[in-house]
Every structure is written in structure tokens, then in C-alpha cells.
Design a protein around this ligand. Structure first.
Ligand code: TMP
Ligand code: ASP
Length: 239
């Protein structure tokens, strides 16, 4: 059997139902648009567990998502969507590519979240784009874009407090959205939400608990992901 799609960290498989897919989390990690590669034995399992827990929490908080159910350690069932080719990045604290573009120092908390869009194209290296590009490239209508902004800010509010409750600062993160194949008028949150696509700093020590440990060769990459999972699980079990 062949996957219907294979990305850098996931595979998508068809199911008996034309409106759902199986999303498999791989152990592969890449950075800098695929230039740096590695594989971590437990990454698929950890990201699946973290993403599943976050998706369930978001659904309970009223955010429509592609999530259906966890199948096993490395697979979830998701509603089939046509992914919008716009990545939505939310930044609460200066880090990553923001520093390169502005010359600012890492760590400044913004007065309000910054929303950025990038064109989802590995070939072009996911370039930064704006509302006018999105309209002219027909990536989303202005109405869709307004919905993406509003949803991304809601997700930011929900997840910033969720992570703060477990001693983690949600520095920045990337979201993807898709149109349900079963009802194209509906746009839902799709893809994974894990330390691969978020920056998370320990509130007490400032320690990086996300993929920057791999990008910057800080070591203990999976130990950090494991700790994120442990804290989120404990937080949910305490309720
Ligand atoms: P950046 O600072 O490198 O632009 O990244 C911003 C956030 O987006 C960060 O939390 C990591 C995430 N991200 C992805 O999920 N995929 C990507 O390809 C890139 C470049 C960033
Ligand atoms: N996900 C991107 C890549 O693989 C970039 C990153 O996360 O740093 O290459």
C-alpha cells in the first residue's frame, strides 16, 4: 500500500471512508527546509500523544479541527481536508526567523501577538507573504483570511494559558487549516500541534523544550518532548 501523501514528518493514508484519512507520525526530524535531517526513536509516538491531547483540548474549547480519534501510538484518524497553502504563524515572544528579519534580541514579549503568513511551498522555502499576496495568489479569500486570523488568535489564547498552567511559555507556533472534503464551506484546524511546530520555553528556567533543541544542537531533544507530554498529561489528569 502507498501513502496518498508523504511529508517530512508524516504520512497520510487512505481509509475505507472517503471522508477520513489515517495520519501517521514518523520518527524523522528535519530543519532548515529539510537541509538538516535526523531520526529519533520515540518522536512519532511523542508528537502523536502531544498533538492528540492538544487537539482534544481545542475541540473541547470550541475550535473546529480535523481530529477524529487516536488509532494507536503513531496514528490518528482525521477528517479529510484540502489544506490551504497558507501557514499561519503566531508569535508572542521574539524568536527564530523574527530575529533574523528585525535584528532584535531573542526573548522580548510583544505588546500583542504577531500574526504572519507564509506560502506553504518546500520548493520556495515557505516564504513570508501578506494579505495582498494571498488574495492575488488565490490562496484564500479575504473572508477566509479573516477567519484564519480570528481562529489563530483564539487558539493562541487557549493554548497560551494551557501551556502556562504547566510552566511553559508558548513563544510562537505554526498552524495549518484545511477545507473539509465532506463540506468545503467549512475550514478547520489541521496538521499536528507538537513541539515540532511550536516554541516552548520553561517558565522558570527559560530552557527550550521544543525542536530548537534539534535545530541548535542543544541535545536531549526527546527528553524535552517527553517532559512536555508528562506535564500536559498531569494537568489533564488533575481535572
Ligand atoms: P520561525 O521563527 O522559524 O519562522 O518559526 C516560527 C514557528 O513556526 C516556530 O514555532 C516553528 C514553526 N515552524 C514550523 O512549524 N515549520 C516550519 O517550517 C518553520 C520554518 C517554522
Ligand atoms: N519544518 C521545516 C523543515 O523541515 C523547518 C523547521 O521546522 O525548522 O525543514
Amino acid at each position: 500500500m502507498q501513502p496518498i501523501y508523504e511529508g517530512k514528518a508524516k504520512r497520510l493514508w487512505g481509509t475505507d471512508d472517503a471522508t477520513t484519512l489515517r495520519m501517521e507520525f514518523k520518527n524523522d526530524a528535519t530543519a532548515f527546509n529539510g537541509e538538516k535531517k535526523a531520526s529519533f526513536e520515540s518522536k512519532g509516538r511523542l508528537n502523536n500523544a502531544i498533538s492528540t491531547l492538544i487537539y482534544k483540548y481545542l475541540e473541547r474549547s470550541g475550535i473546529p479541527t480535523h481530529f477524529v480519534r487516536q488509532i494507536d501510538e503513531t496514528n490518528v484518524e482525521v477528517k479529510r481536508v484540502d489544506i490551504l497553502m497558507v501557514e499561519v504563524i503566531i508569535r508572542n515572544v521574539a524568536a527564530g526567523s523574527f530575529l533574523k528579519r528585525t535584528g532584535m534580541e531573542e526573548g522580548r514579549t510583544f505588546s500583542a501577538p504577531i500574526i504572519e503568513f507564509s506560502y506553504k511551498s518546500d520548493e520556495l522555502g515557505d516564504p513570508l507573504i501578506n494579505d495582498d499576496y494571498i488574495r492575488e495568489m488565490s490562496l484564500a479569500t479575504p473572508e477566509d483570511l479573516a477567519f484564519l486570523r480570528e481562529s489563530a488568535l483564539k487558539v493562541n489564547t487557549i493554548l497560551s494559558s494551557f501551556f502556562a498552567e504547566v510552566g511553559l511559555k508558548l513563544v510562537d507556533f505554526k498552524l495549518e487549516f484545511g477545507r473539509l472534503v465532506s463540506d468545503p464551506s467549512q475550514i478547520v484546524l489541521a496538521d499536528e500541534i507538537s513541539p515540532d511546530g511550536c516554541r516552548l520555553w520553561d517558565l522558570k528556567t527559560g530552557e527550550k523544550m521544543d525542536k530548537d533543541r534539534f535545530r541548535r544542537d542543544l541535545g536531549n531533544v526527546m527528553e524535552a518532548y517527553e517532559e512536555v507530554l508528562k506535564r500536559l498529561t498531569a494537568r489533564l489528569e488533575s481535572n
